[in-house]
Unconditional design. Structure first.
Length: 222
């Protein structure tokens, strides 16, 4: 059965490497998702009221790939996997397939981002680590400065993306194009061909791209 768990600021909800037995919904407060690095740790993200954490392990029961620690005093709703499994068994097979597919896409997205930093060799290295932050920073900055809010995300002019990439960040546009392909494959951007050489560029998840840029930059220099 689900239950309410109260945490004080700084209290650990679970540690990296712990066995996975439940997912959580934040009822109040904020929780940091942390990753061990050397003798310390880095913050990957912050979760707030209404957000869920620990849900991806529901399907594979793998140990926690990151830790979770209360940033402020907070309450979380614990959803034990044993109870959820019983409910999941009652789902129609098509719905089970949809849920598993979504979960698989999330894991694939994480794997693709991880692969960006693990590319080996100068010839094979599509995105050297520091180039990743520069390219995502271009996209994030242009989104802030020139993005037009729409229902589907921030629409940005490619000409401005191109100018920032070449003139300010001094990076090759073919790398920017490749980064947009990767982010589009992950569902975080959308590139539509309008014909006659025109394209509509939409940043679907500007907040995530910005947060990733900040986290990865901190990771490289910590």
């Amino acid at each position: 059965m689900s239950g309410i768990k109260k945490l004080q600021a700084g209290e650990i909800l679970f540690r990296e490497g712990d066995s996975s037995d439940a997912m959580y919904v934040i009822k109040s407060g904020r929780i940091a998702i942390t990753k061990t690095k050397g003798a310390g740790e880095i913050i990957l993200a912050e979760k707030k009221k209404g957000e869920m954490l620990g849900e991806m392990a529901f399907f594979d029961n793998k140990p926690r790939s990151a830790g979770a620690k209360a940033v402020t005093e907070c309450e979380v709703i614990s959803l034990p996997f044993t109870s959820l499994y019983a409910q999941f068994k009652t789902f129609p097979e098509w719905l089970k397939a949809v849920v598993r597919t979504v979960n698989g896409h999330l894991r694939d997205a994480n794997a693709r981002i991880k692969n960006l930093e693990q590319a080996q060799g100068a010839d094979e290295e599509v995105f050297p680590p520091h180039l990743i932050t520069r390219l995502t920073a271009v996209i994030s900055l242009v989104g802030f400065k020139s993005g037009e809010e729409t229902e589907g995300g921030l629409v940005v002019p490619f000409s401005i993306l191109r100018n920032y990439c070449i003139q300010i960040f001094q990076q090759p546009t073919n790398k920017l194009e490749k980064m947009m392909e990767v982010l589009s494959a992950l569902g975080h951007m959308k590139v539509e061909d309008l014909g006659e050489g025109k394209r509509r560029i939409t940043i679907v998840n500007h907040k995530l791209i910005t947060a990733f840029t900040d986290w990865y930059n901190k990771y490289l220099f910590t």
